[in-house]
Design a protein around this ligand. Structure first.
Ligand code: NAD
Length: 375
């Protein structure tokens, strides 16, 4: 069986499989075709892939010959018609928002797994690409803020006087938020954190953050550890609290999200307008509308000296390790799909396989996506 890896299109620098990943797939009795130069921007050369046992081929060969195609987000709708019948496509296809892609797979006879759909369970942790990429985003967000801020992060007591440490507010303590706390604390910033899930309070405190909370948040055990939408009354109280704490902060890192939904607006224009000039807001939720009302996706907006940075692909700025993490997650997932003779064996009784499957033989399998597409 042939597993093919596509080169991503710029500005994406990552690659879906590393040379180490090739070795793991060859150990599973598979052949690996890698599109020429696929790893260049992530600092993995064709030579490294060849040494690991892959063949470097053209894009057309990957698309027309592979039984499983691995990608991050490079597959174009126009290329779908050239895939091998019955192919298995694995990537991050953004199915909550990219409905055209889902529609173009419907009725195609292909099977597709979208890695954003991996359930957030303990068993699936080693395949959780969203968590891997959010770890990178949380880390890079803090570094970006440190470079953009006209101040030090740590406290300094020097002959030139005492410099106060940076005050940071982090909105959302999921994977990105927790990584941001850890990185900011290492750089010496003082960190306050807000989340609607009280379950994260201890984790925040153990990383050295101060947890601020609003009483009365709606939580739902059935939401798989994710936040749920809140009542109007709660949102009003939350808005007041965030306003007060943002005004005391030099940096705000916003990471709040509810999967598959538009990001909640937590930083209103009037809050940003009242923040001190020179402050920095990093909005990691930019691609789903942003947590800040001023955010523009993949742009930096400056409002009376406050910088609002809305980059939405930090992992691509750290392509070597981002590719390593993505590749390891994919290989762990592929181990569930490939039997010891090196053939595809899809066991839909397995909750990870069922939960991650977007389309099987042209039919939508994932219940959440089915629901969205029926609307
Ligand atoms: P996550 O689901 O693990 O965490 C999100 C957190 O937000 C949760 O703890 C949730 O409880 C909290 N939250 C939800 N609604 C809230 C509200 N109203 N107020 C306060 N907290 C609220 O998500 P994650 O994996 O940490 O990702 C965080 C964000 O980073 C997402 O928007 C994701 O798309 C984004 N992301 C951005 C990049 C980038 O390069 N910019 C890369 C990866 C991920």
């Amino acid at each position: 069986m042939i597993i093919g890896v596509l080169k991503e299109q710029q500005p994406e620098n990552r690659v879906a499989l590393t040379p180490e990943g090739v070795k793991s797939l060859i150990a599973l009795q598979c052949e690996v075709y890698i599109e020429k130069d696929a790893g260049n921007n992530a600092f993995f050369s064709d030579e490294q892939y060849l040494n690991a046992g892959a063949q470097a081929v053209s894009r057309v060969d990957v698309i027309s010959k592979a039984d499983i195609v691995l990608t991050i987000n490079s597959l174009q709708e126009a290329e779908l018609g050239s895939l091998k019948p019955g192919v298995l496509l694995i990537g991050c296809f953004n199915p909550f928002f990219n409905h055209n892609f889902v529609k173009s797979l419907q009725g195609s006879g292909y099977t597709s797994f979208s890695m954003e759909l991996v359930p957030r369970t303990t068993r699936a942790q080693a395949m959780d690409i969203l968590s891997s990429m959010a770890t990178i985003a949380g880390y890079k967000a803090v570094l970006e803020a440190a470079l953009a801020l006209p101040k030090f992060f740590p406290m300094f007591m020097s002959a030139a006087g005492t410099i106060k440490p940076t005050k940071m507010l982090i909105l959302g303590a999921g994977v990105a938020g927790l990584q941001a706390i850890a990185t900011a604390r290492k750089l010496g910033a003082m960190v306050e954190v807000f989340d609607v899930r009280s379950a994260v309070k201890e984790e925040v405190m153990s990383l050295g953050g101060k947890f601020i909370e609003v009483e009365g948040a709606k939580e739902d055990a059935a939401a798989g550890g994710y936040a749920v939408e809140q009542t109007e009354d709660y949102l009003r109280k939350q808005n007041e609290l965030i306003h007060q704490h943002a005004l005391k902060s030099d940096v705000v890192i916003a990471t709040a999200q509810i999967p598959g939904k538009k990001a909640p607006v937590l930083l209103k224009k009037e809050t940003v307008d009242a923040m001190a000039p020179g402050s920095v807001i990093i909005d990691l939720a930019a691609s789903t509308g942003g947590n800040c009302e001023y955010t523009r996706n993949n742009e930096t907006v400056v409002v009376h000296g406050v910088k609002i940075i809305g980059k939405s692909n930090y992992p691509s700025e750290m392509p070597a390790d981002a590719s390593r993490m993505y590749s390891n997650n994919l290989v762990n997932f592929l181990k569930l799909l490939i039997c010891k003779e090196g053939q595809i064996n899809l066991n839909f009784d397995d909750e990870i396989i069922r939960g991650t499957c977007l389309i099987h033989k042209g039919e939508i399998v994932n219940e959440r996506i089915k629901h969205i597409m029926m609307k």
